[in-house]
Ligand binder design. Sequence first.
Ligand code: SF4
Length: 436
Amino acid sequence: MLKVGLTTLGCKVNQCDSAALAENLQSAGFSLVPFSAFADAYVINTCTVTAFADFQARQLIRRALRKNPLARIIVTGCYAQTEPRTLAAIEGVACVVGNDHKHDIPELLSRPAPGSPRILADDIRRQRRFPYAPTAILTGRTRAFFKIQDGCDAFCSYCIVPFARGPSRSLPLSGVLDGARNFITQGFREIVLTGIHLGDYGRDLKPATSLTSALVGLLSQNPTARFRLSSIEPNEISDELLALSGHYRNLCPHLHIPLQSGDDDILKSMKRRYDTAFYRDLLDRVTRTWADAAIGIDVLVGFPGEGEKEFRHTVELLGKLPAAYLHIFPYSERPGTAALAIHPKVPEKIKKERAAILREVGAKKREAFARRFLGKTLPVLVEQTRDKITGLAKGFSHNYLPVLLDKSHASLVNTVVNVKIERFRDGKLTGRVLDE
Ligand code: SF4
């Protein structure tokens, strides 16, 4: 039996792709081994969202070749899609497979290796099919990340993703409903709906549908499971979507809404489709409808043209926003994106300083949000693994707060329990389980 080592870089969507690929490899008769082990072939599922992600991919190729210099190295994913020739030119790479052809990898491995490196990547912008089977990354059998959408048509000026993932495509609604039911039957209590541009879900389907309609089906048909949304664009959070919070208790009060910059000129040159006034108003609406909602915010720091004034606008805006946490990304120049032509560039050192400032703002927001729940009761999905430092059982509340439980509750793993929150220590809440 041929041994295959598979590793993945990047976002949850890419990890979902790897989960599907792993399933396909196993059903095709390959034996999956850890990437660090000796294998006959290695598959590296890459990311290209930053220059560092590209560097990591090249490092992994070298690491695999050190383990077995005769192994077949297959490079796939977003870096493979955007720069197939660069990767095929690396000594030892047998095949570069674009995002669209990931499903061909088991068959490729069944055939004898060709003498020279092969590239299997088409123009992904022409792709219309939803790529890959509806499977999910499974986390300790409690949460399943379920990819229901892929691709993007927004072309934000800094982003390589539309070139790496192709146009927006959705899993048909019947597949979404069947897929969710399948995970729930397998025992998952939480499903995280995942996509590259999740708010675009359903627009490409015939007849067209929407994320809100898909959610109505999922929430009403599966009252015992809870559903969480991954990142969603600000201009795609409709009042109808927010109103679902009043009807369905199994929709997690948690929205991750990229802001990227708190300066309107920068937002314009990023080609984002909203301004700061819209964003502030949106967050007001979210908190008015959903008082306990955790709001996560992405911020891109050091975009070309971001001077002291523009950065200050971002810091000031973030200070006013009701965020539960921030994700800070230093801008990384990507070949082929419109932002390459925008000047002046921000020096790396300044980007790092600004990122550090924003991380501090984020840490304060995180603590303030967590402390709001001291003395309150939160529904927590208990995970299989324990907290590494304290050894206590742990889980996530519906509004995405990590919570440690007062004692070990092996029998509660994979159940949702009500927890009275009693303490905040070392960045985490601790609480007492009320119902066993
Ligand atoms: S919405 Fe913008 S940032 Fe997000 S994937 Fe699409 S192009 Fe990239």
